[in-house]
Design a protein around this ligand. Structure first.
Ligand SMILES: NC(=O)c1ccc[n+]([C@@H]2O[C@H](COP(=O)([O-])OP(=O)(O)OC[C@H]3O[C@@H](n4cnc5c(N)ncnc54)[C@H](O)[C@@H]3O)[C@@H](O)[C@H]2O)c1
Length: 426
């Protein structure tokens, strides 16, 4: 019997275990498809394949269990690691991928559609493997490793953080001088943020919205809340689909940039009245609130692609509406007290992962190369690292850009000697 989900004592899950052979087959196909489009990551793994630098090391991962993540986890195993993982969100695990990974000897504690309690339990199980290095997406595992007394004696050499929301939380821990070990902010690498947050989320958000609603995007007024990396990607892709994009912001510089990029910029109070679709990309809480929702047009569709489900008041939509019914997979129709019907994608959780499959493999190959190289960096350098957050070392970022260009068959110029000396001359 495979270790699928490792909670065979839970009767509710036995039926899932029975169907695991089919899931494993599907998961293997998904893994193969992703791997064949993640050459950058493959090259990184191959470079260290012989040396097996992770032999004897246990790694704990808290990441969305997608086909792209399976390439990272299998890669870590190929480099010699013992791998334990759980999902980065209760709704985003792809069960076929989880089943495949479990069949390959990876300790998988995750399944799709978990309760918050189950999600929490899964993180505990990963930490019980006593990982030496943690890789997190949103900081749920790192926060537990810091503040849950049961894990206070764990010897953790360091950690890596994948997303903006996790960076915000881990910086807050650092500000209180409570960081127990160094954390590399993979999210801050140029080869992560500029591509994953922008192009990855840009494309997969459109994918998620289309799968959830299958409506025309051309001519619709799409309100994009937040014009950071994610907002840039989402706004530009919506614009490419023919939507009329409206941006809301709180940062004057970003708002000015959106204005110069040709988007309408206004407050959410105003946008709420005219938007057909809403996409929150801020990482902030309470961006679309009750007072905005009650102003919306009949048929307005809301979704969130920020890390946590705090951007839209989904509590109000799902629990204070006159009625709520699911009209399509991942799409709830909420009839408000004013009788208007509005719609919420994926209960306000990451729409691009809940309603679609997350980022495309080419993009994740860059993010996950950053992850693997940062893990190896911690292993090699942890003794001289302080308990602080640091960016991805520049040489890693540069190496990934070189690898990515090579994988994509792009050649660039080199500075001539004359140009180098010109640059140095004052
Ligand atoms: N869905 C995904 O796959 C995915 C991928 C990467 C990042 N993320 C998440 O997306 C969120 C945004 O990430 P980012 O890298 O773009 O961050 P960012 O910091 O670059 O951008 C966030 C923007 O939101 C703006 N903002 C904050 N509060 C606002 C408010 N009340 N109204 C309007 N704008 C507001 C900020 O001024 C900022 O410009 C984070 O939660 C991050 O973890 C999700």
């Amino acid at each position: 019997m495979i270790e699928f989900y490792r909670i065979k004592h839970d009767l509710r899950l036995l039926s899932r275990v029975k169907s695991s052979a089919k899931l494993i087959r599907e998961g293997r196909l998904a893994y193969g498809w992703a791997k064949s489009h993640m050459q950058i990551l493959d090259n990184t793994i191959n470079r260290y394949q012989k040396a097996k630098p992770l032999k004897g090391v246990t790694l704990g991962f808290c990441l969305h269990i997608t086909k792209e993540t399976s390439v990272l986890l299998m890669g870590a195993k190929e480099l010699g690691a013992t791998v334990a993982c759980c999902g980065g969100n209760p709704l985003t695990t792809q069960d076929d991928v989880a089943a495949f990974l479990a069949s390959q000897g990876i300790h998988v504690y995750s399944w799709n559609n978990q309760t918050t309690k189950e999600y929490d339990w899964c993180i505990d199980q990963v930490l019980k493997h006593k990982p030496a290095i943690l890789t997190d997406d949103g900081a749920d595992m790192n926060i537990k490793a810091h503040f849950d007394k049961r894990f206070k004696d764990l010897k953790i050499l360091g950690a890596t953080e994948e997303t903006t929301a996790g960076v915000t939380r881990i910086r807050a821990v650092e500000r209180q001088s409570k960081l127990r070990y160094p954390v590399i902010l993979v999210n801050e690498a140029y080869t992560k943020q500029m591509f994953d947050n922008r192009y990855g989320t840009g494309q997969s958000t459109i994918d998620g919205y289309l799968r959830a609603m299958n409506l025309l995007m051309a001519s619709k007024r799409v309100v994009v809340a937040g014009y950071g990396w994610v907002g840039h990607g989402v706004a530009s892709r919506c614009s490419g689909m023919g939507s009329k994009v409206i941006v809301t912001e709180v940062d004057p510089v970003k708002a000015l940039e959106a204005h110069m990029d040709g988007f309408e910029v206004m407050t959410m109070a105003k946008a709420a009245k005219i938007g057909d679709m809403f996409i929150t990309c801020t990482g902030m809480t309470g961006v679309i609130r009750k007072e905005h929702i009650l102003q919306m047009k009949e048929g307005a569709i809301m979704g969130n692609v920020g890390h946590f489900d705090v951007e839209i008041d989904s509590q109000f939509l799902l629990h204070s509406s006159k009625s709520v019914r699911q009209v399509r997979p991942n799409l709830d129709e909420c009839t408000l007290s004013n009788r208007k019907k509005v719609y919420l994608i994926g209960q306000g959780r990451l729409a691009n992962l809940v309603a679609a499959e997350g980022h495309p493999p080419e993009v994740m190959a860059q993010s996950f190369s950053n992850q693997i190289l940062s893990i190896l960096y911690i292993l090699k350098n942890h003794k001289k690292m302080e308990n602080k957050v640091i960016g991805v070392p520049k040489e890693i970022d540069q190496q990934i850009a070189v690898d990515a260009l090579k994988a994509m068959g792009v050649k660039i110029d080199k500075l001539t000697l004359k140009q180098t000396s010109y640059a140095k001359n004052w």
